[in-house]
Write a protein that binds this ligand. Structure first.
Ligand code: UDP
Ligand code: MG
Length: 310
C-alpha cells in the first residue's frame, strides 16, 4: 500500500520537470514512507511528455498519465486523483510555485487527524500586480456569492485523505473547481500558511481567457447568484417605472415639459435591452453547462496511463 501520492499537472513545463522531480523526491524520502509521483501530462507540446515517460522508465515511483490533448488544469488534477493510490494525496503545481518542502507541514497536520489540509498563501512572489489583484478580487467574490466557505487565498496545493479523494472521485461534474469541491465535501479541514514562490522557469499557463473560464466555472458551479441578479434587476426596474407613472402624470398636469422627446425613451429602451441581453447570456452560461453534462463525454482521454489501476 502506498502512503503518499503526489500529483503534479503538467502543461509545457519541460524546464521545471527535472527540478520538480528532484525536490519532491528529496522531500518525500524524508518521510521514510512509501510514495508515488503522478505526473499528468495535459497535452504538452514542448517535450514534457517524453521527459515524463523517460522518468517513469528510470524510476517506478513516477507514474505517468498522458492526455490525448490539453484538457485543462482542473481536469489534469482530476485524472491524477483517479489514478492515485496513496492513503494521503497531495496536489502540487509543477512550476515549483508551491515549495515541495511544505508537503512535510501538510503531512504533520494529516498525522494529527485532519483530512483536508490546504495551503494558504501568506505571500506571493514574482507575480504581476494584475495577477495579484484579480486573484484577490476572485477569492473575495467567490466567498461572497457561493454557498461554500472557500478559504481565502488557497490554491489547489493541498493534502487530502483517501476518504475525501474517494468522495471527490465520485463527483464527475465537468466544469470542475476542485478547491471548492474539496471544501463542499466537509470532513476535518485545516489551513497551513506558506509563502508562494515565483515560477522556477517558464511562463504562466493561465492566460486571461483561461482565468475567466476558471472563474466562471467556480461561480456557476457553486452559486445561483448570477441568475438571481436578473430577477433583482427586474424588480428594481419594474419598481422604478411604477413609481414614475404618477410622477409623470403629475408633471404633465402641472404643464411641465420634462420627459418629452426621444432621448429619454431611447436611453430607457437601450438600458433595458442591455440588461435583458446580459441576463440571457447568464442563462446561456448555465444552460451550456447543463448541455455539457447531458452529453456525458469522458472528462479526459488518456493515451498512456497505469490502466490496471482503474
Ligand atoms: N496546467 C495544466 N493545464 C493547463 C494549464 C496549466 O496542467 O491547461 C498546469 C501547469 O503546468 C501548472 C499548474 O497547472 O503545473 C498551474 O498553472 P500555472 O502555474 O501556469 O498557473 P499560475 O500559477 O500562473 O496561476
Ligand atoms: Mg504557477
Amino acid at each position: 500500500m502506498t502512503t503518499y501520492s503526489v500529483i503534479a499537472p503538467i502543461y509545457n513545463e519541460a524546464q521545471n520537470i527535472p527540478e520538480l522531480y528532484r525536490r519532491v523526491r528529496s522531500v518525500m524520502e524524508q518521510t521514510g514512507e512509501s510514495w508515488e509521483l503522478l505526473l499528468v501530462d495535459d497535452g504538452s507540446t514542448d517535450g514534457s511528455t517524453e521527459q515524463i515517460s523517460e522518468l517513469a522508465r528510470q524510476d517506478s515511483t513516477v507514474i505517468p498519465v498522458i492526455f490525448a490533448r490539453n484538457f485543462g488544469h482542473q481536469i489534469a488534477v482530476t485524472a491524477g486523483l483517479d489514478f492515485s493510490r496513496g492513503e494521503a494525496v497531495i496536489i502540487i503545481d509543477a512550476d515549483l510555485q508551491d515549495p515541495p518542502e511544505v508537503i512535510l507541514d501538510l503531512i504533520a497536520k494529516w498525522r494529527e487527524g485532519y483530512q483536508v489540509v490546504y495551503a494558504v498563501r501568506s505571500k506571493r512572489q514574482g507575480e504581476s500586480w494584475f495577477k495579484l489583484f484579480t486573484a484577490a478580487a476572485f477569492y473575495r467574490i467567490i466567498r461572497r456569492i457561493t454557498d461554500v466557505n472557500i478559504p481565502m487565498d488557497t490554491g489547489d496545493f493541498r493534502l487530502m485523505d483517501r476518504a475525501v479523494v474517494n468522495v471527490l472521485n465520485s463527483m464527475r461534474e465537468r466544469h470542475r473547481f476542485l478547491r471548492g469541491m474539496s471544501v463542499w465535501v466537509g470532513f476535518k479541514q485545516i489551513g497551513v500558511e506558506y509563502e508562494r514562490s515565483a515560477r522556477f522557469a517558464g511562463e504562466t499557463k493561465y492566460p486571461l481567457k483561461k482565468m475567466v473560464k476558471f472563474a466562471s466555472d467556480a461561480i456557476t458551479g457553486f452559486s445561483y447568484f448570477p441568475l438571481q441578479v436578473a430577477m433583482y434587476m427586474g424588480f428594481v426596474s419594474a419598481g422604478i417605472s411604477i413609481l414614475a407613472i404618477p410622477v409623470v402624470i403629475a408633471l404633465r398636469l402641472a404643464g411641465s415639459q420634462a420627459f418629452f422627446g426621444q432621448a429619454s425613451a431611447l436611453i430607457a429602451v437601450l438600458f433595458l435591452g442591455g440588461v435583458q441581453l446580459i441576463s440571457l447570456g447568464v442563462l446561456g452560461e448555465y444552460i451550456g453547462r447543463l448541455y455539457d453534462e447531458a452529453k456525458n463525454r469522458p472528462l479526459y482521454i488518456v493515451t498512456q496511463s497505469p490502466d490496471e489501476r482503474r
